[in-house]
Design a protein around this ligand. Structure first.
Ligand SMILES: Cc1cc2nc3c(=O)[nH]c(=O)nc-3n(C[C@H](O)[C@H](O)[C@H](O)COP(=O)(O)O)c2cc1C
Length: 192
């Protein structure tokens, strides 16, 4: 699908070309390709360079796949079955060095995820964030200790054909728009 997004100001192509399709091809990707996404995440900025992000992944056609896949709600399973990898994103709540609570751990981990998503675009891959999964079960079955927060899951893959999706998903397979800048950018003080 051609990306029809129109920006009000110029931005880098990788920004507007990132989107979250559900039409995935079912093709595998190599571990190498996936590691480049984590490498991109690694270079995200974080408060005090704390790097609070963690990733638990499973490639399709591996024994680990079912463990992550089974956490997804049925709706997400219906299309993410054609992903090449599933990645659970976790953040550490406290600073590594001081043990004090990190106010920005979720923010920092969000930056790492977006790096991943942008890197995927540059590799000809697509990503689709998901909150539709069992967070409590994820903590349990993936051995995530207390003091770490499960943030989201991401499906990574290659773009597939929209017309192979079930009709109800074809309807949703559109490039989303955004609210205008003047609704969320304020000079000097907040305005609601
Ligand atoms: C943290 C997060 C959770 C999301 N959860 C789901 C989900 O469970 N299922 C789904 O189909 N899409 C999910 N999405 C996709 C969003 O709906 C999508 O990113 C948003 O509509 C913007 O569209 P775009 O990513 O194509 O620009 C999620 C996205 C993010 C970032």
């Amino acid at each position: 699908m051609k990306n029809q997004r129109k920006t009000s100001y110029p931005v880098a192509d990788v920004i507007v070309n990132r989107w979250s399709p559900r039409a995935l091809s079912g093709e595998a990707i190599s571990k190498q390709e996936l590691m480049s996404l984590f490498e991109a995440a690694r270079w995200a900025p974080s408060s005090y360079n704390n790097q609070p992000w963690y990733f638990v992944y499973a490639l399709r056609d591996t024994p680990q796949w079912a463990t992550l896949f089974d956490l997804l709600v049925a709706f997400n399973q219906s299309w993410a079955k054609n992903a090449a990898a599933l990645v659970l994103i976790v953040s550490k709540d406290d600073f590594h060095k001081t043990g004090k609570p990190s106010r920005t751990s979720a923010f920092d981990t969000g930056a790492a995820w977006e790096n991943m998503a942008i890197q995927a675009v540059s590799q000809g891959l697509v990503t689709h964030g998901m909150e539709g999964f069992d967070y409590d079960k994820a903590k349990k079955v993936l051995n995530i200790p207390d003091g770490y927060t499960v943030q989201a899951m991401v499906a990574v893959g290659k773009l597939g054909q929209k017309n192979l999706l079930p009709p109800e998903l074809q309807e949703k397979e559109v490039v989303t728009d955004r609210k205008p800048l003047n609704e969320f950018v304020f000079e000097g003080s907040f305005s609601s």
